[in-house]
Design a protein around this ligand. Structure first.
Ligand SMILES: [Zn+2]
Length: 259
């Protein structure tokens, strides 16, 4: 018997970003532009406490600068109606109010942008991330938008790895940001999915471990990549790489349900 209360996992396409290749692969591909997806995941739970892993861009991106300032909007290469997180939830038969728990892998603008749509939910972040996001180092500060998270009252603060529900675990994977976390989900079939978020940017980061170019701490980033790779092998898990340019070649987007 599989010990999980997960019913299904759906991978949500939440728009696209323009990046430089050297952001994906440390010091390799400078000057080469790449277009990458922005993704999140919806975890449907048997107890009705459904979980969202990351909220992508703010859906009001095109109307106001409130949640995404102009300097960051320039990086968005695609964000249409079909990329709105509410559209995906509706495809699955849910509304934003049906999300009980929002896990932010980290608090960068393209992962926490839709947080304000889920004001009734409980948020889960890592202590290190919350503290850093409150006062980031200036050289990486531009990717944090305090308005996306400074109003959150029901925040559960984790200090490292934790199982949050049967079949759903969070693992501290720092490096890209100080308190970055990844999610491990066990499906009813017994298969395991690792949602790596920004701990990994593309398969080339895996072997040999090569950090993404925008890591806050490249040493920690390499350790996190190795940990995800080891767990992937050990658990025979498939890893979802949030911004992998080739992501949709191997994963089916929502409304597909992985079970
Ligand atoms: Zn990030």
């Amino acid at each position: 018997m599989t010990n999980t209360s997960v019913l299904s996992v759906s991978i949500l396409p939440l728009g696209r970003l323009k990046l430089e290749q050297s952001i994906l692969t440390y010091r390799q591909g400078m000057g080469t532009s790449v277009d990458v997806p922005v993704t999140g995941a919806f975890i449907e739970m048997a107890d009705g406490e459904h979980i969202l892993f990351d909220t992508g861009f703010s859906p009001t991106l095109h109307e106001s600068d409130e949640y995404v300032p102009e300097r960051l909007k320039k990086l968005v290469s695609q964000f249409g109606r079909e990329d709105d997180i509410r559209h995906h939830l509706a495809q699955l038969g849910y509304r934003p109010e049906d999300v009980s728990i929002v896990v932010n892998s980290h608090l960068h603008w393209d992962h926490a942008g839709g947080n304000h749509l889920f004001k009734g939910a409980r948020f889960i972040s890592q202590d290190r991330e919350i503290r850093f996001a409150g006062h980031p180092d200036p050289f990486v500060g531009r990717v944090y938008v305090p308005k996306q998270y400074d109003w959150i009252e029901t925040m559960e603060v984790l200090n490292g790895d934790q199982v949050i529900k049967p079949g759903v675990a969070l693992m501290l994977t720092p490096g890209h940001s100080p308190g970055h976390q990844s999610m491990i989900v066990r499906l009813p079939s017994g298969k395991t999915i690792i949602l790596a978020a920004d701990a990994v940017f593309c398969p080339a980061n895996f072997d040999p471990a090569l950090p993404p170019g925008n890591a806050h701490n490249p040493d920690e980033a390499v350790m996190s990549i190795q940990r995800i790779r080891m767990l992937g092998e050990f658990l025979q898990a498939e890893t979802v790489i949030c911004h992998d340019p080739e992501l949709w070649a191997s994963w089916q987007p929502c409304p597909y349900r992985y079970q």
